[in-house]
Design a protein around this ligand. Sequence first.
Ligand code: 4NP
Length: 152
Amino acid sequence: MKILMVCLGNICRSPLAEGILQHKANEAELNVTVDSAGTIALHEGELPDSRSITTAHEHGIDITNQRSRPLKKEDFDTFDRIYVMDASNYTDVLGLAKDEDQRAKVKMILNESYPGENRRVPDPYYGGDEGFENVYQLLDKACSVIVDNLKG
Ligand code: 4NP
């Protein structure tokens, strides 16, 4: 199973989502590969935002191996599922999908923990540090549901 996490810049939210899900999947000894990407290339090659690195570290997860990269069309072939953080990501990602099979791979991540509600993971980039802990908690809950469902 290959899962891609997508946000706007691939420096705040999706790096946390990647780190949390990979950590939980490894702990559950599941054969899951997680990656992340952004809908914009502005931060390509950069480390995650230092506030995301710190928040992950506080929860025992190292995300400093990650580098920002933009989403590419081939990702729809490589990955089984593509999770987005908000409705804007959703629209942008669907715009790169070439058919219904590819569009069906794209899901709002908080629909795992809040089914059918289309809740967003708020963009913490312009806010304070507490925004990153809030993002962490939302993603932690969603990733627990994902792993529980993969365990079957
Ligand atoms: P992310 O946050 O999408 O969670 O990585 C952002 C990162 C960068 C920008 C906006 C949001 N930006 O405008 O550069």
